[in-house]
Ligand binder design. Sequence first.
Ligand code: ADP
Length: 393
Amino acid sequence: PDPMEKSSSAPNSDSKSMDLETLAAENQRLQQENLLQKRTLDQLYAITNEFYSTNPQFTQRVPIVRAGEDPLIATIRCIVKSMEGKLKRLEELNGKVMEASKAKDQFLATMSHEIRTPMNGIIGMINLMLDTKLDQEQSDFIQTIKGSSEALLCILNDILDYSKLSSQQISLEDRVFDPETLMRDVLNTFAAVAQAKGVGLEYSIAENLPEVVVADDTRLRQVLSNLVGNALKFTENGTVHVNAQMVERTPASYFLRFKISDSGIGIPAEKQERIFEPFSQSDASISRKFGGTGLGLAICKAISEKMEGRISVESAEGEGSTFRVWVRTKAPLPRQLKQFKKRSTPGQNSPFTPFDGERKGPVLLVEDNVVNQKVAKMSLQKLGYNVEVANDG
Ligand code: ADP
């Protein structure tokens, strides 16, 4: 062969053989890549299938494949888009639900407040009427009206409290008080009820219970009153016992636990979780027999949680119930401690002392509701005051 040809063909044949080698290598590389991609594809398809079968809310759709796009990428794009759309819709709905819930709470709070004003007029007038000359029959009727209106007011107060608590409209106040005195006060208000039922009512305090704490005593009193009231309501024989102790302290706070035990009808195990939910009573027959709104414990729970604590129940049917409630109070500052001691010196305890003297002199009554003006004016006049009325400040 022509050396020239050879020489000229040499590079050719060389490049040809090199091309083949390159091609072989390329071929192998591509095969490997393909294998890898196929494995990845299989995995991704498996994941996709798994996703669709465990998330039935995302209906499987045939994805629209864009030019040059891998069908798998298209599938994933489709899922992501569908998820984004649903998330956005969920967010919208969530916002609407929150708004509606807020509006509902606001409505309830406003309504209960508006209803309480005329209720005050009704109850006030009933009390004034009971002081007038009535025959036996009239007096019986009025007493019944009085009982019913007071029951209605109780329900209204519960609804108002609950709606305020659930719409976060209640802020706690700081007041300096002695927890033992608070317990005694609460028990005192139930002494007559307990006596009438022949049920014992007693309390004990642990030695470590602080003498002075700082917290919202009104809200704590409300919780204890609810729990003691329930204990008496559901107990026919035996004793209701209240105990208080401190379970933990830090330099700035005391964690207190109150325990209210009764020997009453108890609560079946399966109902115990539910009783802390609003409008829940352990049994429909209970509401018929004992009355109540089923809001008391929900209010106790909300208040205890607001006071950084909680509430729990332990009960056996027919054997009685024990409610425990934890609340965090602040430790008094030295200044508060000093002030508190000064206030509680003997003889200065009763805020009513100044009113026990002769009742005379002028009183300015400021009230915009005409009926309540009348009630307050007449009640004050009955007490001996000289009343002048103004519609507003
Ligand atoms: P109510 O206004 O109905 O008393 P609560 O929220 O205070 O509402 O109580 C919810 C329900 O829990 C009651 O109706 C009653 O079934 C049950 N319960 C609460 N306290 C006691 C108790 N000490 N003993 C037995 N049952 C109780």
